[in-house]
Design a protein around this ligand. Structure first.
Ligand code: HEC
Length: 435
């Protein structure tokens, strides 16, 4: 991939054997000269679009009219208080995670040059180690089964599985075309019925749903209100033709996720968007399932010649980095390699070389040091794909930030109220032009 060479990055010692970090930030940028904003991201519990418009929420009628959240929820330490309250058992949290933080401070800086926008974020992880582990395939003596689940899952809360899930940093971007996003941000996409949400979907409901059948999906994820006849009912999807029209009119939001296991080892962030579902951009992601859909055995294992091992076991978790990178340290799985109970191979295989098209637009350089993740997202300016928001000099965008910390997924993140990001233009977060 040529794009790597364009990056202002010191890749030097990156030398991935076990797929270690692509260390070093964009070396050319002196971040000490770039203004920083400190945001408080808070745990939202199940504060869905529908809950916000229900009797349970003090601001319901105003929210229904489209009033901005920050009209009532100010920028002081209220976010921290809200998070501390919402992370505990209560009306908006039926499955509290013991000991979880209620909020996280996110330091945000932004810059741009002729080619790219650079968004640098930093946050302190709750754990004294980075969340680079993700789920495994584990041999139980007979079969390979998924090992490790996110901490909102019942199997983890019941102590039947360990909590294992990657850290993530996400940014949602609107260019002003999505009605209400400037006022209510990410909350437009978060609905009852979704995974881990209030009234979570049933398999039968999904199987009977015309829209989800048409787009071949087996669960309910983020969607924008305009894609449903009744925005508060995920089952009332519009036709694929109507949704295609919304997409052509730019009425979707971009969703970029930097993933500490599935994109970090190859210096990338994924590229997706939210419209009728949380979708990946066209092309191919930098990560893929490592389970053979027919046999459920792994597709790849570590290349012992490069790593010194074919698999790990639970004792090695959190000790070093355990990325399976197709072009660096992986070989096809050998079913006759004398596997023993407890052998573990990552459930995902990562590849920069295999990532293609619009899904492969975003690079990211990250580093975890002294308990803090620093991620520099590199987003090309001027993208013209039909599933991208085009960033350009002079543009102002509505953005929402999220951090998934401590082995969690779905709504178990910390989120921000909507902010503006200006590429050399006046905004809450102003990307400065690099010399
Ligand atoms: C018209 C004012 C108003 C608006 C607009 C408003 N809220 Fe609220 N919100 C309230 C009040 C009042 C409460 C209850 C007081 C409290 O507990 O802090 C509340 C509580 C909450 C809570 C629960 C916090 C807790 O402490 O229990 C969340 C989460 C929340 N609002 C999110 C939002 C979001 C997201 C938006 C924008 C989509 C929004 N609110 C818009 C007035 C408003």
């Amino acid at each position: 991939m040529k794009v790597l060479k364009l990056l202002p990055v010191a890749y030097g010692i990156a030398a991935l054997l076990a797929g270690s970090a692509l260390a070093a930030e964009p070396a050319r940028i002196d971040w000490s000269k770039v203004p920083a904003s400190s945001l408080t991201l808070f745990y939202p519990g199940q504060s869905t679009y529908e809950w916000l418009r229900s009797k349970g929420h003090g601001g319901a009628s105003k929210v229904a009219q489209g009033t901005a959240c920050t009209q009532c929820h100010d920028e002081s330490d209220a976010e921290q208080e809200k998070g501390d309250k919402l992370v505990k058992a209560g009306a908006l949290e039926p499955a509290p995670v013991t000991g979880k933080n209620g909020s996280v401070k996110l330091n945000v800086q932004a810059a741009y040059d002729d080619k790219n926008a650079y968004v640098r974020v930093q946050w302190k992880t709750q754990n004294p180690f980075p969340g680079t582990e993700h789920q495994y395939l584990r041999f139980d003596g007979k079969e390979w089964k998924v090992y490790g689940y996110p901490k909102l899952d019942k199997v983890v809360q019941d102590g039947k599985q360990p909590g294992i899930y990657e850290d993530r940093f996400s940014i949602m971007i609107d260019d002003g075309k999505v009605k209400g996003f400037a006022q209510q941000g990410c909350w437009l996409t978060c609905h009852d019925g979704q995974r881990d949400s209030r009234n979570q979907f049933t398999k039968e409901e999904v199987a009977a749903n015309p829209l989800l059948n048409a787009i071949k999906k087996t669960d309910v994820r983020k969607y924008l209100p305009d894609t449903r006849v009744d925005p508060s009912d995920w089952k009332t999807g519009k036709s694929v033709e109507e949704i295609a029209k919304l997409k052509a009119d730019g009425k979707f939001v971009d969703l970029i996720q930097w993933r500490a296991h599935r994109s970090y080892p190859v210096g990338m962030a994924d590229d997706g968007y939210v419209l009728e579902w949380r979708l990946s951009d066209a092309g191919k992601d930098m990560f893929a399932s490592n389970a053979d859909p027919k046999t459920h055995t792994p597709r790849f294992m570590w290349d012992e010649k490069k790593t010194g091992y074919k698999s790990i076991n639970a004792d090695q978790l959190r000790k070093g980095e355990h990325f399976l990178v197709r072009e660096k340290n992986a070989v096809p799985f050998d079913p006759n390699a004398n596997w023993k109970e407890g052998d573990m191979i990552p459930d995902y295989v990562v590849s920069r070389e295999d990532a293609k098209g619009s899904a492969a637009d975003n690079n990211a350089i990250a580093d975890w040091k002294d308990g803090v993740w620093t991620v520099v997202l590199v987003r090309p300016l001027g993208l013209a794909n039909p599933d991208d928001k085009t960033l350009k000099a002079g543009g102002v965008y509505n953005v929402g930030f999220a951090v998934h910390d401590d082995n969690i997924t779905t709504r178990g993140h910390f989120v921000s109220f909507v902010k503006t990001l200006g590429i050399g233009a006046k905004a809450d977060i102003q990307a400065v032009k690099l010399p």
